[in-house]
Ligand binder design. Structure first.
Ligand SMILES: Cc1cc2nc3c(=O)[nH]c(=O)nc-3n(C[C@H](O)[C@H](O)[C@H](O)COP(=O)(O)OP(=O)(O)OC[C@H]3O[C@@H](n4cnc5c(N)ncnc54)[C@H](O)[C@@H]3O)c2cc1C
Length: 181
């Protein structure tokens, strides 16, 4: 980058935007994919990944509908629009988390409790970040729904008196299992 300084000072910085638009497709001829359909803020590092998922879903629909583009594009939009909206919301939420919470002892304790519970019950609890980042089988829209449910549970757990000292107790584990069911 030989002209970095010049580039830096002569190019304006842009706003970070979220694009939520609809429809994404038109008849059997046109479709928006990736950032053109769902530009997101960069705080989950998922923009490219979500674009690749669009391609992968579209590819499987081409096979499924035997190149009937009317059906392919309609189903592509139906499947992917909720996930595009969800990753947009998750990325905005992650900005707030990184900005406000990562130095908060109570938040860090919550993450510790979740990690310990998840280690013991991996089939019952996958931390929200892991669902989004390391679980290709989980759709963004499901990860968002699950993360809202998990947060509601953790809000209850974090209200427990003296949680700082009793979080490893059986009582807390039972409470989390009960809230989950
Ligand atoms: C700094 C940065 C870091 C990122 N880090 C991550 C990350 O860690 N993980 C992740 O998943 N994603 C990341 N992303 C997001 C990722 O880069 C984008 O989500 C992805 O590139 C979007 O792909 P796209 O094909 O939709 O658009 P783009 O990659 O923007 O491609 C659009 C193309 O269209 C061309 N074009 C535009 N107008 C015209 C025109 N009129 N005629 C012809 N061509 C045109 C452009 O030149 C460009 O080549 C990052 C983005 C940035 C900027």
């Amino acid at each position: 980058m030989p002209t970095l300084t010049e580039d830096f000072f002569t190019n304006p910085t842009s706003s970070l935007v979220t694009v939520r638009c609809t429809p994404w497709v038109r008849d059997d001829t046109f479709a928006l994919l990736c950032v053109a359909a769902h530009a997101v803020v960069p705080f989950f590092g998922q923009g490219m990944n979500c674009g690749f998922e669009d391609c992968s879903v579209l590819n499987s629909l081409i096979d499924k509908h035997n190149e009937n583009w009317q059906l392919i594009l309609q189903e592509y939009q139906k499947l992917r629009k909720p996930d595009g909206d969800a990753i947009a919301e998750l990325a905005l939420n992650n900005f707030v988390e990184m900005r406000d919470k990562v130095a908060n002892p109570k938040f860090l304790l919550q993450k510790k409790i979740e990690a310990a519970f998840s280690k013991k019950y991996p089939d019952k609890w996958i931390p929200a970040y892991t669902q989004v980042t390391f679980s290709p089988q989980i759709r963004y829209s499901d990860a968002l729904k699950n993360s809202i449910k998990q947060q509601a549970i953790m809000d209850e757990v974090m209200k427990i008196e003296d949680i700082e000292n009793c979080w490893q107790s059986e009582l807390i584990e039972k409470k989390m299992l009960a809230l989950l069911s």
